[in-house]
Ligand binder design. Structure first.
Ligand code: ZN
Length: 264
């Protein structure tokens, strides 16, 4: 999937964008951090700030609470049927494609994301640190048997929640409130943040940990940080460039810029 031709509408702040791409080209080791803002472009609601009414129907704190999940797993699975297991039908957006293209060209060493939708991988990114886990695999909380998302969904048919052959509850490998963060993933992302020369932050306001620690680590390791986010973040004062324009316009522009400069 790609964009063709020069864009007719060039985003405001185009000079900042050219400066951003110049920095990306010259930085050497570039790492990226993404949040819900890259996926809302694709129609996936921001589970933290969504105002479309999801949280009038579902109690967010309960759905993703590990103790509630163990007691009343149907609450999570009712939500998952509608909002999580449908994410596989969503196509990656401009931000996902831009990062995948950077990686394909050897200009990006990987991306850490707060999202659980798998859209970076769908766009072609290979090195993805999913800080909040992923629903694409699950496991039995009793015997530990692993399940694919497909198997989990199969076992969810016509029942309120999926069970293992041993009778144990099947839990997706998404990180719930009250659970430890995925240590290996987090360590991998932190190592990249420490060794990169430039960190791109896209579509996150950097208020949720552990994601918020990534720019902190990058900055204290001497990296520069570029922020593409429509609202202010706690790191704006320390960022080399802040771009608040519409993320879709910005990433389409950057993609076209890459194509026009270096071919496909
Ligand atoms: Zn089991």
């Amino acid at each position: 999937m790609s964009y063709s031709g020069r864009r007719e509408v060039i985003p405001k702040g185009v000079e900042s964008l050219k400066e951003a791409i110049r920095m990306i080209e010259q930085a050497g080791r570039v790492f990226a951090l993404t949040g819900a803002g890259v996926s809302t472009l694709c129609g996936i609601p921001d589970f933290r700030t969504d105002t479309s009414g999801i949280w009038e129907r579902f109690e967010q704190l309960k759905i993703f609470d590990i103790d509630v999940f163990r007691r009343e797993p149907h609450l999570f699975y009712e939500f998952a049927r509608e909002y999580i297991y449908t994410m596989k039908y969503v196509k990656p957006g401009a931000a996902h494609l831009f990062l995948a293209e950077l990686e394909r060209r050897g200009m990006l060493c990987g991306v850490a994301t707060q999202n659980i939708d798998g859209l970076h991988q769908a766009a072609g990114s290979k090195v993805v640190f999913e800080l909040h886990g992923s629903p694409r695999s699950s496991h039995c909380i009793l015997c530990g048997r692993r399940y694919s998302q497909e198997d989990t969904e199969e076992r969810l048919k016509n029942v309120p929640y999926p069970s293992c052959d041993c009778g144990g509850l099947i839990k997706p490998d998404v990180i719930f409130y009250g659970e430890l963060l995925p240590e290996k993933t987090l360590r991998g992302a932190i190592e990249e943040a420490m060794s990169c020369a430039l960190l791109l932050v896209l579509g996150t306001s950097l208020v949720v940990y552990p994601a918020a620690s990534i720019p902190q680590i990058a900055l204290s390791s001497g990296a520069r940080v570029l922020i593409f986010n429509k609202t202010p973040t706690p790191f704006d004062d320390e960022a080399a460039i802040i771009i608040r324009e519409d993320l879709k316009d910005v990433c389409e522009f950057l993609l076209d810029y890459l194509y026009s400069k270096n071919g496909r």
